[in-house]
Design a protein around this ligand. Structure first.
Ligand code: MRU
Length: 353
């Protein structure tokens, strides 16, 4: 149920409910949480049982459908007004990844535009959630194919570096940045992946390394502060990361630590790629300064398990994402092609998105 041709699925519709692979427990436990209420879906997104921009988009789409099931009225206006409240609850879970808002908007558009009974709206919402899920999987595979062609042609076997987890766990399957890594591996172009551990939530050490081990992709985990040293030693040929939101000028929000990785890549003349679906581009924002940055519980910094790491009296700041300026990005790999940040505006003009 959960894996097909070595693929991992983080969000599965099964037996009238959503199964979420509990990403807070990987790699030590491989368990699913069954979600059948929209409120529980909101909690699962907030607490990062499901995480990664496209995956939370898919989860929120199902969350809207679960909400639609919970509303008991047959009156269309009343139904839509209750559904707005569900949408608002899901929107308030995490502020940075635009895919969440994109998926909810798409679902709500379907709700408003489906003429007919409330039951017909519910059916259309279910079909749309299923479509968002299926499309994301195809999109990731296309990103993998496009990315493979964008990688440096020398040496034949590349060592890539990634940050956080932009893999199957973070999407409907296959992954964006890790999709490029997977394609490189399948085509004999990958020698090894270096995975930044990604403090404080350790998505690289726990999730990216886990996905690689599942598939036999050679992976070396380093702490975030080791990347510059590895580059200086000539160990890294290119960097590929995912994105949570890309502004119209190419400025990119991604997991905290991505910006410093881009700076050290530039200093060592190493190509820095962002891999993301077009749905991650937010053309309504001119640049990255307008992207909201989530700030999370400081306990993520000062506590591991039951152990407190820091002295009483210390203060904390825990932004979950940072903005990498467009000028540090070599190219953005999407399902429709590989673009320099400056080329994004032509995409918008052509209205291909
Ligand atoms: O806080 P997270 O784990 O949801 O952050 C995830 C990332 O930053 C990913 O790199 C991004 O969402 C892209 S996932 C394909």
């Amino acid at each position: 149920m959960n894996s097909f041709r070595n693929q991992v699925y983080s969000v599965i519709w099964h037996d009238n409910a959503v199964l979420l692979l509990d990403q807070t427990r990987i790699p030590n436990e491989y368990t699913f949480v069954e979600i059948s209420r929209s409120e529980d879906m909101a909690v699962a997104i907030k607490t990062m049982i499901v995480r990664g921009a496209p995956a939370i988009g898919v989860a929120a789409a199902y969350g809207i459908y679960l909400g639609a099931r919970e509303i008991s009225t047959d009156n269309r206006d009343e139904f839509l007004s209750h559904l707005e409240k569900v949408a608002q609850m899901l929107r308030s879970t995490r502020p940075t990844a635009v895919n969440l808002f994109w998926a909810i908007s798409r679902m709500m558009k379907v709700a408003y535009e489906t003429l007919g009974t409330v039951e017909e709206i519910r059916t259309a919402l279910f079909q749309t959630a299923q479509a968002i899920n299926a499309e994301d999987l195809q999109t990731c595979q296309a990103i993998g194919d496009r990315g493979l062609k964008a990688l440096p042609s020398h040496p034949e076997k590349l060592t890539l570096l990634t940050h956080c987890n932009a893999g199957a766990l973070a999407t409907a399957g296959y992954g964006t940045a890790l999709g490029v890594v997977r394609s490189a591996w399948q085509h004999g172009r990958l020698a090894r992946l270096f995975a930044d551990e990604t403090r404080p939530r350790l998505q690289g050490a726990r999730l990216t390394a886990w996905e690689c081990v599942q598939e036999g992709i050679p992976v070396t985990v380093i702490t975030d502060s080791m990347a510059a040293h590895c580059m200086k030693q000539g160990l890294i040929h290119a960097v590929v990361v995912g994105a949570d939101r890309i502004a119209a000028n190419g400025d990119t929000a991604n997991k905290i630590g991505t910006y410093s990785l881009a700076l050290v890549s530039k200093a060592h003349n190493i190509p820095f790629f962002v891999a993301a679906p077009l749905s991650t581009i937010d053309f309504s924002l001119a640049d990255g300064s307008q992207i909201p940055i989530e700030e999370r519980d400081p306990a993520e910094i000062y506590q591991i398990g039951d152990t407190i790491l820091t002295p009483a009296g210390a203060e904390f700041y825990n932004p979950a994402f940072d903005i990498t300026p467009a000028e540090l990005i070599t190219a953005i790999i999407t399902e429709k092609g590989v673009f320099t940040p400056g080329e994004l505006k032509h995409l918008q003009e052509k209205q291909t998105v």
